[in-house]
Design a protein around this ligand. Sequence first.
Ligand SMILES: [Zn+2]
Length: 354
Amino acid sequence: MKKTSTRLADGRELIYYDVRDDVVRDAADRRPLDRTVTTSEIRRDPLLGDSVAIASHRQGRTYHPPADECPLCPSEGDRLSEIPDSSYDVVVFENRFPSLAGDSGRCEVVCFTSDHDQSFADLTEEQAGLVLEAWTDRTAELSHLDSVEQVFCFENRGAEIGVTLGHPHGQIYAYPFTTPRTALMLRSLAEHKEQTGGRNLFADVVDKELAEGSRVVLEGEHWVAFVPYAAHWPYEVHLYPKRQVPDLLALDDAARTEFPQVYLELLRRFDRIFGEDQPATPYIAAWHQAPFGTLDAFDGVTRDDFALHLELFTIRRTSGKLKFLAGSESGMSVFINDVPPEAAAARLREVASK
Ligand SMILES: [Zn+2]
């Protein structure tokens, strides 16, 4: 893998990740761009104790551009995009319209392939492996920034999820604090450790799913994927490396090598849940990693207690119908799930690749 870092015309960083070591990436950004002005501000909600990023500059961001004006395709002739070169394997750059910036963290875009019409599920194993390398490298680099406490790599896929660019891409949010969801997990970890004389909650959850089996979707030598016992979403899968590690940096070579095969199979099954004739399944894929800030607030919990895992879920509950976060979910944070987790797991096993 070769990594080449450069700057866009407005000063934002862009990094090429290439499979081949002999690729030269020296194309300059020829666009007359002004320096971006970001006004994002983190406000804390005094009642809930969580944080909201107020980012008014995002209202003007690129919204469903025609395919020939895609900012994530490589530049070609006079058609200048966010990527100066005329080709790329995987590329990461700072978001022009970030929700988090400066002292409030950082937002990056990850382009999975230069091919506008593919999706992650269409990637080769080699290409998916390169994306994993890019996620890992960005987690390492971002964790060194003073303003960053937690690194979140994710993909929103499909217009139903609110994706405004069709090009296959994901994002990385580097937060200046430990996110509320991770804090909840850390609190549960601390409680479980205390109540069980030191046992690890993640390890116990994974062991239980493997022993019970009814919600296991697929199992490799180094990874296991299951629908959680109390799944929030109609189709939701959690993917864990069998050897528990706190973050992407700690994955060993065996797990890295097997990841593309397992993850691509999961994504391909997701696209078959509702039948081959249905439009591509909208989904969110979210990597959960241990935060890099202090864990003092979580009694006796260390970074190594956290378990890296990916949560993949769709908001579609049946053909042509979406699960909306309505009164109970949005008003009270109580999810109502119409699809029993065991039935969801059975369906995800049924649509395995032949
Ligand atoms: Zn494109």
